[in-house]
Design a protein around this ligand. Structure first.
Ligand code: FES
Length: 104
């Protein structure tokens, strides 16, 4: 099973099983890590905000208009910010590493 690495807000890295076809948010939530994902993945809340390791950023599809609009309303946004519900996991993303953004 391809792996996904997620750093929590305490700086602890977790190795998760990457389920192809699931969003990164679903993988993180299913593993029991604290990702609020209040809208359930509809790109309407920005509580699935993560920082993608720079080396992986270029391998993702560009964020869509809706994702960019939601990120505009998020806190602590960085160059590497993405919404985890908008990243569809596929085998080529095996080994991707993201960090949970702070909660507010
Ligand atoms: S879960 Fe709400 S925007 Fe991702």
């Amino acid at each position: 099973m391809p792996k996904v690495y997620v750093v929590d807000r305490e700086g602890v890295e977790h190795e998760l099983e990457g389920q192809p076809g699931w969003s990164l948010m679903e993988i993180i939530r299913e593993a029991g890590l604290p990702i609020e994902a209040a809208c359930g993945g509809c790109c309407a809340c920005a509580t699935c905000h993560v920082y993608v390791d720079a080396e992986w950023l270029g391998r993702l599809e560009e964020p869509g208009e809706e994702e960019n609009a939601m990120l505009d309303s998020a806190f602590e946004v960085r160059e590497t910010s993405r919404l985890a519900c908008q990243i569809r996991f596929r085998p080529e993303l095996a080994g991707i590493r993201v960090t949970l953004a702070p909660e507010f």
